[in-house]
Design a binder for this molecule. Structure first.
Ligand SMILES: Cc1cc2nc3c(=O)[nH]c(=O)nc-3n(C[C@H](O)[C@H](O)[C@H](O)COP(=O)(O)O)c2cc1C
Ligand code: SF4
Length: 156
């Protein structure tokens, strides 16, 4: 469920709650997310910058209030540490599951590292992994350019 785009006259949390209320009897799982990140949409799900932690906590709580406990609620955007995850999972939070994205591009073994040592993700939110959209002929969709460069330098 896209809960916001950060664009005037576009999706609002109120609209998202209304849509979630309407469809929840017909579904079993819903992901709380946001619009696609670009120059216009500043509150998209794959944000650049230093903001860390689930981007849509407030909206997820509103949706949970509206849909009750019948459906599995998951969320995406901003999870980088064990603390970020635990804060949003029940019972502290309202989510049943979380769905980090770029941390697994940066390091496909991140979950193991998190379990072993509690290591936070090294993703720097540069969105270099989106370059495929600008140059699809590279077939590099979803490749972490930071990881690639560090590997080329023998540093990772
Ligand atoms: C390279 C790339 C491609 C993505 N493609 C999609 C997509 O096709 N559909 C979608 O709903 N989200 C897509 N996403 C968004 C992710 O699923 C995720 O919501 C987003 O990266 C925010 O989570 P994160 O901060 O943990 O990365 C993509 C993200 C990346 C980095
Ligand atoms: S290119 Fe790598 S470091 Fe940059 S946002 Fe994508 S996964 Fe994170």
């Amino acid at each position: 469920m896209n809960v916001t785009d950060g664009v005037e006259d576009s999706m609002t949390p109120e609209m998202a709650v209304a849509a979630a209320s309407a469809i929840h009897p017909m579904i079993s799982i819903m992901e709380v997310s946001g619009g696609i990140q670009d120059r216009v949409c500043k509150l998209g799900t794959a944000r650049t910058g230093k903001a860390q932690g689930f981007y849509y906590e407030k909206e997820a709580r509103l949706i949970r209030e509206a849909v009750g406990q019948d459906i599995i609620l998951t969320g995406t955007g901003g999870f980088r540490t064990q603390e970020h995850i635990e804060a949003q999972l029940k019972p502290q939070g309202v989510l049943d599951m979380v769905a980090p994205g770029r941390p697994f591009l940066r390091n496909p073994s991140w979950l193991c590292d998190l379990e072993d040592s509690g290591a936070p993700s090294k993703c720097i939110n540069c969105n270099g992994c989106f370059r495929w959209f600008a140059a699809p002929e590279t077939s590099a969709r979803g490749t972490c350019i930071v990881r690639e460069k560090l590997r080329a330098l023998g540093k990772e």
